[in-house]
Design a protein around this ligand. Sequence first.
Ligand code: GLC
Length: 553
Amino acid sequence: MSEVRKLWQDEAIYQIYPRSFCDSNGDGVGDIPGIISKLDYLKDLGVKIIWLSPVYESPLDDMGYDISDYRKIRPELGTMEDMDRLIKEAGERGLKIVMDLVVNHTSDEHEWFLKSKDPASPYHDYYIWRKGRKNNKKPPNNWTSMFVGSAWTYVPEVGEWYLHLYGEKQPDLNWHNPKVYEEVKGIVEFWLNKGIYGFRCDVINQIYKTSLEDGKGISPSGRGMEHYLNQPGNHEILRRLHEEVFAARGDSLMLGETFNVDYENGRKFQENKELDIFFIFDHMMVDKSYNPLAKPKFSVEKFMKILYDWQAHCPMMANYLENHDQRRSISRFGDPKNHRVESGKMLALLNLTLRGTPFVYEGQEIGMIDMPREEHHDEFEDVAAKRIYSLMKKFKVFSDSYIEKFVNHLNRDHARLPVQWDDSPNAGFSPEGVKTWLPVNPDYKEVNVKVQEKDPDSLLNYYKALLHYRSESDTLRMGDFVPMQLKGPVYAFSRNFKGKRTTTLINFSNQEQPLPGEIKTVSGELLFSNYGRKAVEEPSVLKPFECFLIVAK
Ligand code: GLC
């Protein structure tokens, strides 16, 4: 008997970064009632699951990824009643809510951490407190934070150091302590009982530190990973949580954010029923580095090879090109100046026709792009950008313009600019005259939801049509993945299911390219062209970023 399919296996997931989505009360920050006001928009767009970045109480050092109370809603976003209403109103429209579960660390303002400062308290062992080396003058080991700099902070009143793989206001939990597991299980059940569909689990393959020995090599970020990435203890925690909490619930989702995961660990996550799907980072690292001496350049060959290899190794992928930590995909991989819409459509087609669950990040569907250079503000909101900036300044070897350029290529504020709903001042995100928490991109007059809703050729309408088409297509939802051997930067692959086939073709470059002969022989109807093409003509060239989907019935 075949297994009953889960909603996440068939439908696209839309990510909302609540601070930047829609501001209903005019304080310059998005909120939950703002999200509720856009539920019809999301339903119409054709997604069925909404993942909310953290909405819990937080001092906002890392914009909510530093939680001070897992059972409370952050007042700037609304109340628990608002959250209950969101779950209910989403449900009425057939939409499910996924929440973010951030349990590698808490905020240093969480009461567990405050209590842990007393070495005699049972909470001391909720975190990783240690004496330092060299008479307690140096950190306990040489690990560096993912956000650069030491991963340890000394607290004089405790006389010990605590570990933080991220910012110093994000102390890591001690997953060797069984009480931590019980606490997290309680939190997970609390929210599931409210009717949410599942969790996106933040940096979930780093939670279990097998040892605290020194890390190898020299790296400004993530030194020591070999002691905490994908550890057997980590797999066991996830397996147990899945078994004890999710197995009995039927349709639900455990989605992992898994940095540096390899095929073997990826297979374990799925085969051992630890995580349903997980995000890889490999393709997102092609054009970026935390090492200020490196100058990585985007290579389409590397990028596509990573995607194809994962398609071959993993039965069910979580496909994404954007999220709240990444710069906008058109700015990175497309051409925001000359081919914003064409490259946006090409990226959409790629992301939505690969095998796996596709993710769309707020604003991606209208082609929002990075903040233009002249608009850069010196004061970053992104804690990672702040840390990198001050470390580079400290070294006194980099010029200001180099620092600006380097930090800019990692700055997560780009993805967090307010969503552009219309062409009114503040782009319909906040009322006119309000100072929004991050500036509105000045291109909002041309790039916004309202304008694109009216234009049949807009990126928004392309996303809409493609999402609806995908929902109905057995081939795209369930078909296998077969790459066609073409010469980059032109790529093609087919998806096959019960004798039906769809073929995706993309020209992943801003130059014209010859139309490969192999494509001319693919029979079927040409759907989803980004240049209004109706059939595969001969002889012909592919225009910059041209893409199409051929469907053989
Ligand atoms: C994840 C989140 C990111 C956050 C980090 C630490 O990577 O996506 O926004 O800063 O974890 O929680």
